[in-house]
Design a protein around this ligand. Sequence first.
Ligand code: NAG
Ligand code: NAG
Ligand code: NAG
Ligand code: NAG
Ligand code: NAG
Length: 515
Amino acid sequence: MAGLESGPGPDRGRRHLAAVALHLALLTCVLRCAESDKPSNIILILTDDQDVELGGMTPMKKTKALIGDAGATFSNAFTATPLCCPSRSSVLTGQYPHNHAVRNNSLSGNCSSPLWQKGPESEAFPVYLSKQKYQTFFAGKYLNQYGTKEAGDVSHVPPGWDQWHALVGNSQYYNYTLSVNGKEEKHGDSYEKDYLTDLILNRSLNFLDGRKAQHPFFLMLSPPAPHSPWTAAPQYQKEFSDVKAPRDGSFDKPGKDKHWLLRQPSNPMPNTSLNFLDDAYRKRWQTLLSVDDMVETLVKKLDNMKELDNTYIFYTSDNGYHTGQFSLPIDKRQLYEFDIRVPLMVRGPGIKPKQTLQAPVLNIDLGPTLLDISGVNLSSVNMDGQSFLSQMAPSLRNGTARPYFLVEYTGEGRPSPDPACPKLGPGLSQCFPDCVCEDAYNNTYACVRTLVEHNLQYCEFADSESFVEVYNLTSDPHQLENIVKKVDPTLLQAMNQRLIKLQSCVGDSCRDTKK
Ligand SMILES: *[C@@H]1O[C@H](CO)[C@@H](O)[C@H](O)[C@H]1NC(C)=O
Ligand SMILES: *[C@@H]1O[C@H](CO)[C@@H](O)[C@H](O)[C@H]1NC(C)=O
Ligand SMILES: *[C@@H]1O[C@H](CO)[C@@H](O)[C@H](O)[C@H]1NC(C)=O
Ligand SMILES: *[C@@H]1O[C@H](CO)[C@@H](O)[C@H](O)[C@H]1NC(C)=O
Ligand SMILES: *[C@@H]1O[C@H](CO)[C@@H](O)[C@H](O)[C@H]1NC(C)=O
C-alpha cells in the first residue's frame, strides 16, 4: 500500500481507488465464501482389536495406499486404555476413562450403562456434529453392552445420530441383532445378506446416496474385524495359509521382572497355545481383507460423488493386540506397546500425501480433531484430548505436540475360579487356552508415557505389591527389561508426580503437560 500511495502524478488517485476496490472484493469474498463454504465431510473407520505393532496393518494394502499414502500415517498413536468399551467411550467423549467412568466391558463398569447414557454419552462428539448440521450415520459395533435389556434395549439411539445401524453386544460376523434406528433387525448367516462388514459398507453407500448436498456428512463405520470369532468372508478363508504370528521381539519371552500376572504363563508356551495363536493370527488377517475392500469401495464412491477432495477419512482401531508376547497367548489389556499402540492414518483437505508423523496422538484426541474440522470452538466442549489437525495440516492450524500422556486400565476378573481351570483362584479372567490368564482385578495400572524428550514408560499397579514397571523404549523397544531398580530415583519421583497429576486431570489440566 505504501508504494501505491507514495507515487506522484495523476495516476496516484486512480491507483488508490483500484487498491481500495481490490481490498473490498477480497473482504466480501472472505465473508461470503466463509458463509457458503460448508465444512468438510468426515469418515471415521474404527476397527476392533487391530494391532499395529505385530503386523496388523500388513494385509491392508489398499487402505495403506488410499488413506496412508494419500495423507498422514501417525507412527505414535495410542489408546488411553487397551480395552474395547472403555476405549470406545474415550473415542466418543474425548475423555480419559477416569472422567467418562467407563471402567470395563460390563454394565456394572458403566459400559453403555444408564448413567453413561445420561452423562457422557449426552455430550459425546456426535451431538456437536449434529448441531453443526452434519448428517450423521453410524453402522457396526458400538459399545459391548449396547442394546441389551439393562442398557435400554435396541430402542436406545444415542443423541446426535441421524441414521443408526448398531450391533447389539460384542463383535459378530453372522447371527447378530442390529438396532436400526431403534428397531430390532435380526440377521442370520447368509454371506450375501448378513456378513456384517459388508452390510456396514452397503448401508453407508445407501446413506451417501440419500444425503442432502447442502450439508456435510459424518460416517462412523465400526466393523467387527479383526475381533474374535474371526469369521472371514468365504472368498478369504484360504488366504495367508502359511502365515504365522511373528516370533521376534518379546514373543514367548519370560516376563520375569514384571508384575505377577506376567509371571504366571508357562514358558516356553505349549504347542496347543502356539497352534491356537497362529490360527487366530491368520484368521484375524483374513477378516481384515473385507475391511480393506470396504475402504476401497468407499474411496471410489466418494470419488464418483466428487466429494473425495473434501472429505477427511480417519482409519484407526480401539486398542492393540498380542499373540504370544511374554508367553501370553492372545488378548489386549496389558500396558505394553503391542496393546496400547493403534494404527492411525488420515487423508483429507490440507494434509499432504505420504507423510509419516511422529507426534504422539491419543484416541481421546479424535473427538477434538473431528470437532475442530467441523468448526466447533473447542473451548466450549468438555474433552481432555486435543485436536491434531495442526499436526496433519499445519497450513490450517498451529499447535504443538504433547510431550507425555496417561494410559490407565482397570483389570477385569471373575469373583469365583474359572470352572475350566479349577487350580486357579478367583479374581482372574480370560484364562484360555491352557489356563493362562490375561487379566485379573488387580491388573489395574496407570502409566505415564513420555515421547518427545525421553522415550520412557513409567507404570504403577494398584496391587498388593504396589508394583512399578519402567521401560526405556529407546534402548529396549520390546520392553524386555524392567529398569525400575536401575534408574535415578529423582526421575522416578518426577514420573510419579506427573502420574498423580494426570490421574485426576480434567480438560485443560490434561493438556497442561510441559517438558
Ligand atoms: C459410573 O458412572 C457414574 C457417573 O457417570 C459414576 O458416578 C460411577 O462411579 C461410575 N461407576 C463406576 C464403577 O466407575
Ligand atoms: C447361525 O445360527 C444357526 C442357527 O442357530 C446355526 O446353525 C449356524 O451355524 C450359525 N452360523 C454361524 C456362522 O455361527
Ligand atoms: C452388499 O452389496 C453387494 C453389492 O450390491 C452385494 O453383492 C452383497 O451381497 C451385499 N452384502 C450385504 C451383506 O448386504
Ligand atoms: C511341538 O511342535 C513341534 C513342531 O511342530 C514338534 O517338533 C514338537 O515335538 C512338539 N512338541 C510336543 C511336546 O508335542
Ligand atoms: C466391572 O466393574 C465393576 C465396577 O467396578 C465391577 O463390579 C465388575 O466386577 C467389573 N467387571 C469385571 C468383569 O471385572
